[in-house]
Design a protein around this ligand. Structure first.
Ligand SMILES: [Zn+2]
Length: 245
């Protein structure tokens, strides 16, 4: 679990990132603060969201929820300068690890040709010890495997028929929310944008209700970035686990 050891600056010598996460809002609970810093520095960042988050609100019909959450995700991405948001249209809540998911993510990697990948915690537990959701666990693991698949022309040869040539350029995966974070990004100039991006998920935050600990976007992101900052020279920071692929 979390060590308290100093976090090292995340490498900056890359051009394009592709973020692949299970749900609308997965990027906004922290990672988007770093996305805003990256895009301000001239990096390009695209998002691929595996579901439309339609099962996220008990009182809202999934068809209505999907439209609302997609619209709010588009707004959130634009606020931090993300260039493009695509959806893989898997069913929310029941994502399975398997070859179809690996193939679809590998196709996205070949299409975007990123230098780095970004995702949300895929470990069994969160930092505080709570159990992580099946969707997050399966998407993160499939992404790590798909990074290799994207570079191998003999894995998923049907992608060649779609004009998707192998892409071997991915250097590592940056995992937000991981209990094993060792690197960080200075978000002192972009924390406010991250807060605005999280607030763009208005329907979900309203659904949580004002007393829910995750409903106050500013309070929770400031607390999180300050906590990481204590291990990063005192400046507000977003932490990532970096995994070479
Ligand atoms: Zn999620």
């Amino acid at each position: 679990m979390s060590t308290g050891e100093p976090l090292r600056p995340m490498p900056d010598d890359w051009q394009g990132a592709l973020a692949v996460v299970a749900h609308p809002d997965d990027m906004e609970f922290g990672a988007a603060c770093a996305v805003a810093a990256w895009t301000a520095a001239g990096h390009t960042v695209d998002y691929v969201i595996v579901t439309r988050g339609e099962a996220g609100m008990d009182t809202v019909d999934p068809r209505e929820a999907a439209d609302t959450r997609e619209r709010e995700q588009m707004a959130a991405a634009a606020i931090v300068g993300a260039r493009q948001v695509d959806y893989l249209d898997y069913r929310d809540g029941v994502i399975e690890y398997g070859l179809p998911l690996r193939r679809d993510i590998a196709a996205a990697i070949r299409r975007h040709r990123p230098d780095i990948l970004v995702t949300l915690n895929f470990h069994e537990r969160w930092r505080g010890g709570d159990w992580n959701s099946a969707d997050h666990r399966h998407v993160g693991r499939a992404l790590l495997d798909a990074a290799g698949d994207a570079g191998n022309r003999w894995v998923f040869p049907e992608l060649l028929d779609r004009g998707l040539e192998p892409w071997k350029g991915v250097r590592y995966v940056a995992v937000a929310g991981s209990p094993f974070a060792g690197h960080a990004v200075d978000v002192s100039a972009t924390l406010d944008k991250g807060v605005t991006a999280l607030e763009a998920h208005r329907s979900y935050l309203e659904y949580l209700g004002p007393d829910h600990p995750m409903a106050d976007a500013r309070a929770q992101l400031e607390t999180k970035m300050r906590m990481f900052g204590e291990r990063f020279g005192g400046t507000p920071a977003m932490a990532f686990e970096l995994i070479g692929v």
